[in-house]
Design a protein around this ligand. Structure first.
Ligand code: FPP
Length: 253
């Protein structure tokens, strides 16, 4: 791996397990922050409180990524299907994502995190929220220690459809359509495929997340509900990742 231009991580962490191999760190980890509603229900709280409690988990996971030198971390914050949730929850999530960016963008910027967004910027996303997203991206665009991509109004199928539409609009001939060509039209062509996907709360589903990109990702499903997720859980997931043998359809010698 090329040396990180912003130097070694200043966030070395005693919680990193001794068995974790620092020479085999995934380049890209993608998380599905699942279980907020169940966490809140278990406490007799409204579901929205669970999302609120998930913020701490998100920030701690990013700190863990920084400590390990993970260069790309992607968080599923709102899917193209999440509009089907109750209108109050959707409204809350729009405002919450907006305020989270305002609360956290400076500290993430100070830590060398570049914030980006993947998803459709359609009429359903309030203008205000789009503005905050643009501000956070602009503020942090020069950072390279770690790229935090928020998948927001994101769907894997929508991303593939959007890529196909962009290819067709470019006038490409059918016989020139290749995997390499399609990749060029994904939301972030420079983003490496996730090595590791972590979905919390014990659900074993992909739920339309990064469908093109996770073709050969290792999937880990910790039982912990997202609000209780901490960087030590990320470290455990990386240890599990390191136990896997990645073959990409081939055979190990
Ligand atoms: C996929 O499950 C999970 C997501 C799209 C994550 C949604 C996350 C939030 C709403 C909370 C965001 C929290 C923070 C801290 C920003 P699904 O429920 O969409 O799909 P399923 O029905 O298949 O389980």
């Amino acid at each position: 791996m090329a040396p990180n231009p912003q130097g070694p991580s200043p966030f070395d962490d005693p919680l990193i397990p001794a068995e974790l191999d620092r020479s085999n760190i995934p380049t890209h980890v993608a998380c599905v922050m699942d279980g907020n509603g169940r966490w809140a229900n278990a406490r007799g709280l409204p579901r929205t409180e669970g999302h609120g409690a998930g913020e701490e988990a998100l920030v701690d996971a990013v700190d863990g990524a920084l400590a390990l030198g993970i260069e790309w971390i992607t968080m599923y914050a709102f899917s193209t299907e999440n509009w089907r949730r109750p209108v109050d929850e959707v409204r809350y999530l729009m405002g919450f994502n907006e305020s989270l960016l305002m609360r956290r963008r400076d500290e993430l910027n100070d830590k060398g995190v570049r914030i980006r967004f993947a998803g459709r910027r359609d009429w359903r996303v309030p203008r205000r929220v789009l503005r905050r997203m643009d501000e956070a991206a602009e503020l942090t665009k020069a950072n390279r220690r770690c790229t935090l991509t928020m998948a927001f109004n994101y769907g894997g199928r929508a991303e593939i459809i959007d890529a196909v539409k962009a290819m067709v609009a470019s006038g490409i001939k059918a016989d020139k359509i290749t995997e390499k060509e399609l990749r060029k039209h994904l939301y972030w062509p420079d983003m490496p495929d996730p090595d590791l996907v972590v979905r919390t709360s014990g659900e074993h589903r992909v739920s339309n997340y990064l469908l093109w990109e996770i073709a050969y990702s290792e999937l880990v499903f910790p039982e912990v509900l997202w609000p209780d997720f901490r960087r030590s859980d990320l470290y455990e997931a990386v240890v599990e990742f390191q136990r896997r043998e990645r073959r990409y359809g081939g055979l190990e010698e």
